[in-house]
Design a binder for this molecule. Structure first.
Ligand SMILES: [Zn+2]
Length: 89
């Protein structure tokens, strides 16, 4: 039987309905289970400065930011690829 979600929609605490998140690229509202979450480290200093500071032994913290992307945006960016037509369902 084809499954829409891996968990069957049972991991959230809201009895089958997921909270919506906004896509970071296009702004579309997508259910959290459907959205692709990408965690990236963001650097506060630029590359040349970073290398120089690292040489002197400075500890530079780089906070990570979590972003959600809708399916069409993540396909467009190459994070996920389309499955073959026969494989889809
Ligand atoms: Zn999007």
């Amino acid at each position: 039987m084809p499954k829409k979600r891996k968990s069957g929609g049972k991991t959230g605490s809201r009895k089958g309905s997921y909270t919506n998140v906004q896509c970071s690229k296009c702004g579309r509202m997508v259910p959290r289970s459907k959205a692709k979450a990408v965690t990236r480290r963001t650097s506060l200093v630029d590359g040349r400065m970073y290398a120089e500071l690292k040489k002197t032994g400075t500890i530079i913290q780089s906070p990570s930011s979590k972003k959600y992307y809708c399916i069409s945006c993540s396909v467009h960016m190459g994070n996920v690829s389309q499955r073959a037509k026969a494989e889809r369902k």
